[in-house]
Design a protein around this ligand. Structure first.
Ligand code: NAP
Ligand code: GLV
Ligand code: GLV
Length: 326
């Protein structure tokens, strides 16, 4: 007998779909080339027992109310700011996410962004492809050193810690800001020093954002914070776009208030703030920090297992609103 009817809002790696199909009746929004509209998500979820969605879908009370039997919303992401968790809890719907499996992959990419902007890798590639390389030059494409500099991590959670751990290999001084200090054993292992947000902004050569998007972190980095950073410093954002006031960032990059930025996420994804693409001192990526074959497969399996656990009346391993089970 089937455990229930499941709607999946985009094709995810096969391993996850296979797990779901063994036990459930599964409908997938099949278009590979575009996101479902809000109306399509509402139509898709109608009459279903479970929803597996992506961070690109806004799961509002209206979506939930299209499926009165909905028991679980399994997000194929660790961040869940796309889901109205309060509305889900009020309706007795379990919300799950995919923490941990993407930590190291995302940290790798944060470093790829950091290195790319510091050493002008993207500009260098464009320059070389354009046939402009006339031979080695003492002043050609000078960037900024990474080793021995100061890394500032804002949000010392799973990904922040994995980013800080990598900084040891670059002999960097590590400052971090978090809403609470992390375990002293972790500070010690990472050789990371707690700082206030302002201290970190004033001292770090590379400021990396790894906080979740919440009402408190919305525009955490705005004109005031950008002005506090060193003119030689770089901002790296692999977290969520709205953590940064993108208009203020464009201004800061234009006026060289800061040296550069590297962004995997945008305030109104997939739209970009006007002016951003015209700047040389910014590296842009289309939200791919967790995008490796291995990790996306692990996320698919984890999202499927979380969903199946709820349909089996078991406690899922990664629950966002545990109070709903009380
Ligand atoms: P996590 O382990 O929960 O870490 C988040 C950290 O931020 C925690 O240490 C948390 O502090 C801290 N924090 C939360 N609110 C704060 C605030 N108002 N001020 C200061 N610090 C605050 O999560 P994670 O697994 O590292 O993931 C972090 C975020 O990265 C996700 O939410 C997601 O948005 C983003 N992400 C992006 C990609 C991508 O593809 N670009 C991939 C994966 C994740 P506490 O210890 O007090 O909770
Ligand atoms: C990706 O952005 C995630 O939150 O998993
Ligand atoms: C550069 O290629 C050098 O040898 O210094």
């Amino acid at each position: 007998m089937s455990l229930g009817r499941v709607y999946v809002t985009r094709p995810i790696p096969q391993a996850g779909l296979d797990l779901l199909r063994q036990e459930c009746e599964v409908t997938v929004f099949e278009d590979q080339d575009r996101l479902p509209t809000k109306e399509e998500v509402i139509e898709g979820v109608r009459g279903k027992d479970a929803l597996l969605c992506l961070l690109t879908e806004e799961i509002t009370a209206e979506v939930m109310d299209a499926a009165p039997n909905l028991k679980v919303i399994s997000n194929y992401a660790v961040g869940y700011n796309n889901i109205d968790v309060e509305a889900a809890t009020a309706r007795g719907i379990v919300v799950t996410n995919t923490p941990g499996v993407l930590t190291e992959t995302t940290a790798d990419f944060a470093w790829a962004l950091l290195m790319a902007v510091a050493r002008r890798v993207v500009e260098a590639d464009r320059f070389t492809r354009a046939g402009k390389f006339q031979g080695w030059g003492p002043l050609l494409l000078l960037g900024s050193d990474v080793y021995g500099k100061c890394l500032g991590v804002i949000g010392m959670g799973r990904i922040g810690q994995a980013i800080a751990r990598r900084a040891r290999g670059f002999d960097m001084r590590v400052l971090y800001y978090n809403r609470r200090r992390v375990d002293p054993a972790i500070e010690n292992e990472l050789q990371a020093t707690y700082a206030s947000l302002d201290e970190l902004l004033q001292e770090a050569d590379y400021v990396v954002l790894t906080v979740p998007l919440t009402p408190e972190t919305h525009h955490l980095i705005g004109p005031r914070e950008l002005a506090m950073m060193k003119p030689t410093a770089y901002l790296i954002n692999p977290a969520r776009g709205p953590v940064v006031d993108e208009k203020a960032l464009v201004e800061a990059l234009k006026s060289r208030t800061i040296a550069g930025a590297a962004l995997d996420v945008f305030e109104e994804e997939p739209k970009l703030t006007p002016g951003l693409t015209e700047l040389d001192n910014v590296v842009l990526a289309p939200h791919i920090a967790s995008a490796t074959t291995e990790t996306r497969t692990k996320m698919a399996i984890m999202a499927a297992e979380n969903l199946l656990a709820v349909l089996r009346n078991q406690r899922p391993k990664h629950i966002v609103n545990p109070e709903v089970l009380k």
